[in-house]
Design a protein around this ligand. Structure first.
Ligand SMILES: [Zn+2]
Length: 356
């Protein structure tokens, strides 16, 4: 069945072991990888583009940090967020600043979906890339600020924007003036109130992020259906979207579909991700929900994978689902485990609905 050719570029290898969820999401006890499907070259290429975007942008990045999920070294090191005062979770999510071409760090108000702007500098490097840097209370000298900024980006800053909480005096503008002598300097008070973080998730993401979601869904489907290799012509379109991009709406959409049948008033008491795939009327459809857990309903996507190449129509939808959940403490080298989601049966520890 396995033709030993890379499903993306048709090269005869060498191959890499392909993770279903990117490695930055953690390691899950008992997880199986896709073998002999993706060559080392494509694996690297996709890892440095689509996986990276999935790992570094959107609520996934924030929650990975919040849950202290360590990925591969070069992924895991990226952390513009940091722990807040005791009792208050580290809370920041990267969302574009309205009307600007850069992302800013926002704090999630505990128990809500509202966000507000964190105190930060958003620094442009020589290549024109913007880097938001949260400036915590203890950073009070130019040396400390320069050290902090250089831990996030390479080289010298060419432009600096300063943001702090609306309606409050702050020491940061003065400190930035002392630190950066050049004149290209913008200082702007955040005038934004809270807004709905869920509504802004779409804005957060670059196309690579959606390709990353499609890749997770496609990987999961390939793992669940052993009759499929992945290089079949039926999947030309989704492979091309994952590899080169294309019309996002054709493949990936945000959804509010209910993925699991949880009794009213109950909800997951730990964080995790739900992957599920169904074969409906010959079509393969996947649902991916990231960060389902006590304070968050999950960031849910529907992915259209393609027509199943088998001509046999199944009488009932064939449904597979798994819950990749995190342990409170890493156990035997794993950040979490995997539970099978049997249709109509919840076998997971569940608590109360978020906010109730
Ligand atoms: Zn390849």
């Amino acid at each position: 069945m396995i033709n030993m050719r890379c499903i993306y570029c048709d090269s005869p290898g060498p191959f890499d072991s392909e993770h279903i969820l990117p490695r930055c999401f953690g390691t899950f006890e008992g997880e199986q990888h896709l073998e002999n499907r993706v060559c080392k070259c494509c694996n690297n290429l996709l890892g440095n583009t689509v996986d990276l975007h999935l790992c570094r942008s959107g609520p996934e990045a924030f929650f990975r940090h919040y849950l202290r999920i360590k990925g591969r070294k070069h992924h895991g090191e990226f952390s513009p967020y940091e722990s807040g005062p005791a009792g208050r979770p580290a809370a920041a999510v990267m969302i574009p600043y309205p009307g600007k071409d850069f992302m800013a760090l926002w704090e999630l108000e505990p128990g809500t979906h509202n966000v507000h702007l964190m105190r930060q500098v958003i620094v442009k490097d020589k290549q024109g890339e913007w880097h938001p840097v949260h400036v915590r209370d203890s950073i009070r000298t130019p040396e400390a600020l320069l050290t902090l900024v250089s831990s996030i980006m390479d080289g010298k800053a060419v432009e600096v924007n300063v943001f702090w909480e609306a309606g409050k005096e702050d020491w940061l503008p003065e400190l930035v003036k002392e630190t950066y002598s050049f004149s290209s300097f913008n200082s702007e008070k955040a005038e934004m109130g809270g807004f709905n973080a869920r509504a802004s998730i779409k804005l957060t993401a670059r196309p690579e992020y959606f390709r990353g979601i499609a890749k997770v869904a496609f990987n999961y489907f390939l793992q669940q259906d052993s009759s499929i290799n992945g290089d079949e012509p039926a999947f030309d379109a989704i492979r091309s979207f994952i590899k080169d991009g294309g019309n996002i709406d054709r493949f990936v959409r945000q959804t509010s579909d209910v993925l699991v049948d949880v009794p009213p008033g109950m909800w997951f008491s730990q964080y995790g991700h739900i992957l599920s795939v169904a074969r409906v009327d010959g079509h393969i459809r996947a649902w991916v929900a990231f960060i389902v857990g006590p304070q968050f309903p999950g960031n849910k996507y529907y992915v259209e994978i393609g027509r199943h190449p088998s001509r046999i129509l199944l009488p009932r939808p064939q449904l597979h689902g798994h819950y990749y959940h995190y342990f409170e403490e890493p156990t035997s080298g794993h950040t979490g485990g995997i539970e099978c989601l049997t249709p109509g049966k919840i076998i997971l520890p569940i608590g109360r609905t978020p906010g109730s």
